[in-house]
Design a protein. Structure first.
Length: 113
């Protein structure tokens, strides 16, 4: 019987590669999160923004370390940044601060003056 060859041997899973890329390039992490945070305005697409924040948290210390530094239980942070999560403003600000970012306000591109 011949041994099956795994064609993906040595391949890095997409999520792990994404985390490594975000960790290596701070500006990419900022732009990635800025784009994803726009999805928070759309209740049908809110999960994308939460998952992006979770991915950035994983890139900058891991969820456990970020939760500890932010003063949030790890379980609460997992729930808040899950696809159906609904983090409080306090949690959002604490996580952003822990990963070296802050919340800012920009004018809506589609707003009427």
């Amino acid at each position: 019987m011949s041994k099956r060859v795994n064609k993906l041997e040595g391949a890095v899973p997409h999520h792990e590669a994404e985390i490594a890329e975000l960790r290596a390039d701070r500006q990419l992490a900022v732009e990635y999160l800025k784009a994803a945070m726009e999805s928070l305005d759309d209740p049908d697409d809110r999960a994308a923004g939460l998952l992006a924040l979770r991915t950035v948290a994983e890139a900058y210390g891991g969820l456990g370390a970020v939760a500890a530094e932010a003063g949030i239980s790890r379980e609460s942070l997992y729930r808040a940044l899950s696809p159906k999560g609904n983090p409080t403003l306090k949690t959002l600000l604490a996580v952003l601060k822990t990963v070296g970012l802050r919340l800012s306000v920009e004018p809506d591109k589609h707003a009427h003056a």
